[in-house]
Write a protein that binds this ligand. Structure first.
Ligand SMILES: [Zn+2]
Length: 844
């Protein structure tokens, strides 16, 4: 017995030793080509397989599958550190958690942790899949870290725990590589792909870092929230004809809720990378240009104690080299400057260059993280100390628990909670800023580790006035300037400016209240108020199951209670009661039995055939629309150029949606010079005529935001876009949230109050001489969050117009109602438009 046991043990040891000694192939041995070779790419499967091979190497690498991507592929993170550190990962993770929350430790304990702890670095590769260099480079980086005995590498392994995400978007990497290989050797080699490199959101996957709508964002956050990295390196590529590489510092404005320590650390790390690249003779590295740090949508880390280092390397044609002549570079880049001391001389630029620059940058970050280990930990602790001991206004945000849109309240709290925000519930009534609040009110104190994160998302943004030159236009921000989630989600919050006291409990779980069914004997049917997005889901499910569902078109009174127009009513039928009970188990909907047929007019809401235009220009807005429709259970079909060109659309569809695109890209699409013929060209003029015919035949056409242009110009509507010809000096709203006034007696606005908030981004402003204006901008002060110049052009103009046309109608939604899956408060303008499009008014 003993011998067998000893034998087994011996075998186990031999196996362990041999697996530790087993030679892991270099990436080139595994792939059969050198990483970065011209026209060669590792695809998602190869990268995953290679990481699986690396798992366990020399006790330095631990590869984890964090979860599955949107399309069901493995999402990997490689945890890389010295074998000694690997044995103590739990301890170091715990250290990070303690430093991230100084309320849990004394300064003395912190000092010990800072002395013993490790800098945690996360490297996020190729979130934008066509910016593919980093994903390829990561194999080389992982191999070196796993196998090299170089002193510098050992120093990194001893002092740093690296969380290496080789592909933030594995689905996209596969699509990009497949497309590239398919077109290799043709005139389309290295050209654009006719669909998004993420099932839904394409490039916007990097605008999702606070709403966290996408699977990959949530998987990354899972790793982030467990490890609290001090440094996140986010590796991208940019255009080909500018600098060779961008590193921070960023340009102004730096969003003011980000700790100043981080601001300086960003600059320090950025210029350290630049110095290392320059020391290797790598030219054309620039800092302090183009990219700002205004929005949390791209920088979760800045609000969680860590720096976000964005790098952008000049692209090639995926893996095909390009040639850039020195004379082709912008003049400012042809000479030395303080931002870019070593200009690039022009010439060939290849995938290998991208990988070399990326590799040096990654090594620079790791070296800095290792050498300044104690500084990183010390400052990380200080940042959180400052956060938890905040003693200045505002002190808190309150979320009243009695709101019509209670679904929005809980969704918002869930999103905040994902970002680590602590939410309390008042256990007693209390006073704050001179107002009385009931027990049950939700409280977000800003003195907490991620108080700044809560604040940036709950306060109203005032984008600072930075002009290109005195008296000149506003300096163009890198992206939108408003990110107030309370406004985006339609939730009322109160900012509290003075300290207050109340007994409260920390919410450990955030779950929305469930619905219920209030019975009556022999009901005619059931009604439910239309207050939130859940109510629409209930409607969709009932319509799908064949129940007769109506929208009350007038106010009605039942048992002494008033119900506004837009209240939903389902007529009783065998099985309905059980159906409603089951709906109320996961939707916050209260179904109320009614005894008799309401004596009012109503719209019957029927299953409809919905089409969403999907262009080969790979519109992100189309992707977001698709995502939103699926989330809220609207059946739809994608409609392609050929379908619209073919015509007879009314035979197949009741309602068509055009996502936010210019008329040029809808009509013309992409030229055959750029894309294979089967994807070239848009709907063409024949398609425009077919769309007209579709509406004339009784169909409903919904245009989102900029797509209104097509109908205004091609359908000759008597509606002008008031701001079309204005330049940036006169009118500029770079992604702001604006107040609107709503005609909530119109079905498109059912379920809303008289006032609301919409995202305005490259939006039209309608001056209608026909149709009915459903939403308009107020006569003064439209700005709620962000920036507005030239607000007078908005005054009393329309944001949503319903235009009868032939037997059908055109609904111009002049703002991105489904904006990046974030503007949840305005989703229902789109949902209502879909149902209203072909609904007929009648009696029950
Ligand atoms: Zn990018």
């Amino acid at each position: 017995m003993k011998t067998t046991k000893a034998l087994r043990l011996g075998l186990a040891v031999i196996f362990l030793v041999s697996s530790l000694l087993a030679k892991v192939p270099q990436p080139e041995e595994f792939l059969g080509f050198k990483v970065g070779a011209d026209r060669k790419l590792a695809d998602m499967h190869q990268i995953i397989e290679y990481y699986r091979l690396l798992d366990g190497t020399k006790g330095r690498v631990k590869v984890e599958e964090v979860g599955l991507t949107t399309m069901g592929n493995p999402f990997l993170v490689a945890v890389i550190s010295s074998p000694e550190n690997q044995k103590n990962l739990e301890k170091y993770q715990h250290y990070q958690q303690l430093l991230a929350d100084p309320r849990r430790i004394t300064d003395k304990e912190a000092a010990k942790i800072i002395k013993e702890g490790k800098t945690v670095v996360m490297i996020n590769c190729s979130i934008h899949a066509s910016e593919i260099g980093a994903s390829q480079m990561s194999m080389k980086l992982a191999y070196e870290l796993a196998t090299s005995e170089d002193r510098k590498i050992r120093e990194i392994l001893n002092n740093v725990i690296l969380l290496l995400v080789p592909m933030h978007n594995p689905d996209g990497i596969q699509m990009v590589v497949d497309w590239y290989k398919k077109n290799l050797g043709t005139k389309y080699e290295g050209g654009r792909m006719p669909w998004l490199y993420n099932k839904y959101v394409g490039h916007d996957n990097n605008r999702d870092w606070y709403m966290l709508t996408q699977v990959e964002s949530r998987l990354t956050i899972k790793v982030h929230n467990a490890w609290h990295p001090q440094i996140v390196l986010d590796m991208h590529q940019m255009g080909s004809r500018g600098p060779r590489m961008f590193v921070p510092p960023y340009v102004d404005p730096f969003e003011s809720n980000i700790d100043h320590i981080l601001e300086q650390e960003v600059a320090m790390m950025g210029t350290f990378i630049a110095a290392e690249l320059t020391a290797e003779g790598k030219a054309g590295v620039i800092h302090s240009t183009i990219f700002d740090a205004w929005t949390p949508a791209r920088a979760y880390h800045h609000y969680h104690g860590g720096i976000r280092i964005l790098t952008e390397v000049a692209s090639v044609k995926i893996a095909t080299p390009i040639e850039v002549k020195f004379e082709e570079l912008p003049e400012a880049l042809r000479k030395s400057s303080v931002k870019m001391p070593l200009p690039w001389k022009g010439g060939k630029w290849r995938l290998k260059d991208i990988i070399d620059y990326d590799y040096t940058a990654a090594m620079a970050v790791l070296t800095n993280a290792a050498r300044l280990r104690e500084c990183w930990l010390q400052n990380f602790y200080r940042i959180h100390q400052k956060a938890v001991s905040r003693k200045k206004p505002p002190y808190a945000f309150l979320i009243p628990s009695e709101q019509d849109n209670i679904v929005g309240v809980f969704k918002m709290m869930k999103v905040l909670r994902l970002g680590g925000v602590e939410i309390q519930r008042a256990e007693e009534p209390f006073m704050a800023d001179g107002c009385q609040y009931p027990a049950g009110t939700f409280i977000i104190y800003l003195a907490q580790p991620y108080g700044g994160y809560a604040k940036v998302l709950l306060e109203r943004q005032r984008y600072p006035e930075i002009r290109e030159y005195p008296g000149g236009p506003l300096k163009r921000p890198y992206d939108v300037v408003a990110h107030n989630i309370a406004l985006l989600m339609g939730v009322k919050v109160r900012k509290i400016e003075r300290p207050f006291k109340v007994d409260s409990e920390l919410l450990t779980k955030i779950e929305k209240p469930l619905g219920r069914v209030e019975e009556v004997n022999h009901p005619f049917g059931y009604l439910w108020r239309y207050d939130s997005n859940d109510d629409m889901v209930a409607l969709n499910r009932l319509v799908k199951k064949g129940y007769r569902v109506f929208w009350a078109a007038e106010e009605l009174e039942i048992a002494g209670q008033q119900y506004p127009a837009g209240t939903m009513i389902v007529v009783n039928k065998e099985g309905l009661k059980d159906e409603l009970k089951s709906l109320s188990h996961n939707l916050a909907v209260v179904f109320k039995g009614i005894k008799t047929r309401p004596p009012i007019k109503a719209y019957q809401l029927k299953p409809l055939r919905l089409g969403l235009y999907r262009s080969w220009t790979a519109s992100m807005d189309e992707g977001w629309t698709r995502w939103v429709l699926e989330q809220y259970e609207f059946p739809y079909q994608s409609v392609f150029d050929k379908d619209i060109r073919k015509g007879n659309l009314r035979a197949d569809f009741d309602v068509l949606i055009l996502p936010d695109m210019s008329q040029k890209s809808i009509i013309e699409g992409i030229s055959e010079k750029e894309i294979p013929p089967q994807y070239a060209g848009g709907i063409g003029q024949v398609g425009v005529e077919n769309l007209k015919q579709f509406v004339q035949d009784g169909g409903a056409l919904i245009t989102l935001n900029g797509a209104a242009e097509l109908t205004l110009k091609q359908f000759y509507l008597s509606i002008e876009n008031r701001v079309e010809k204005l330049d940036r000096k006169n009118f500029y709203i770079p992604g702001s949230i604006l107040k609107v006034l709503i005609n909530n007696n119109h079905p498109i606005a059912y379920g809303y109050g008289r006032e609301g908030a919409v995202m305005f981004r490259r939006s039209p402003v309608f001056s209608p001489k026909e149709g009915q204006s459903v939403i308009r901008y107020p006569l003064h002060n439209p700005l709620l969050s962000g920036w507005v110049s030239g607000e007078e052009y908005l005054h009393d103009k329309s944001a949503l117009v319903d235009v009868p046309y032939g037997q059908g109608r055109i609904i111009l939604i002049g703002f991105p109602a489904q904006y990046r899956g974030q503007a949840q408060a305005t989703f229902r303008f789109l949902f209502n438009s879909i149902y209203y499009g072909v609904a007929k008014l009648g009696k029950f």
